[in-house]
Design a protein around this ligand. Structure first.
Ligand SMILES: [Zn+2]
Length: 173
């Protein structure tokens, strides 16, 4: 397994729409790539990571809501689609490995149903609420070229981007 450098905002790649994975391409190579994504995510203390966050424009994301904890369960999610969402919303203070040093409240549907393919190309359907629903929507946003800060006001978004740009600069020094 390998750690891969994270793409951080502002970066034009984070605004691109990722490409679907063909069922025939769900193989050991993709599984190994997703294991690298998981390792990179764990190393950065994240609970979700989309492929574009390591510069790969594929509709792939990994999630583990309790890394290193008793409920740790890595999920390999390919071509996810939200097929239903509740009108009721919930609010969560979100952060993102691609927007360092910034957290803010985001309102999203409280419950969603998502269909996707797992690492064995098996179709899965999950009904999610709580942190899981938030995380899935956050990662599916990445796949569609959006960041959590795109849900905020213009002012808050520009503060977030300034902080991220500064953190990125300090990182490179
Ligand atoms: Zn993110």
């Amino acid at each position: 397994m390998a750690l891969i450098p994270l793409v951080k905002a502002p970066d034009p790649r984070l605004k691109k729409v990722s490409e679907p994975i063909a069922v025939g391409d769900i193989d050991k190579t993709l599984r190994r790539f997703m294991d690298d994504m998981l390792e990179t995510m764990y190393d950065a203390n994240g609970i979700g990571l989309a492929a574009i966050q390591i510069g790969v424009l594929k509709r792939v994301t990994v999630i583990d809501l309790d890394p290193g904890g008793p409920n740790s369960k890595p999920l390999y999610i390919i071509n996810p689609v939200i097929v239903a969402s509740s009108t009721e919303e919930s609010t969560y203070n979100e952060g993102c490995l691609s927007v360092p040093e910034y957290w803010d409240d985001v309102h999203r549907p409280a419950r969603i149903t998502v269909e996707y393919l797992d690492e064995n190309a098996k179709k899965q359907r999950v009904e999610a609420d709580g942190l899981f629903a938030t995380c899935l929507q956050h990662e599916i946003d990445h796949i569609n070229g959006f960041l959590f800060i795109d849900h905020l006001s213009k002012l808050r978004r520009s503060i977030a981007l300034r902080k991220s740009a500064k953190a990125k600069r300090l990182d490179q020094d």
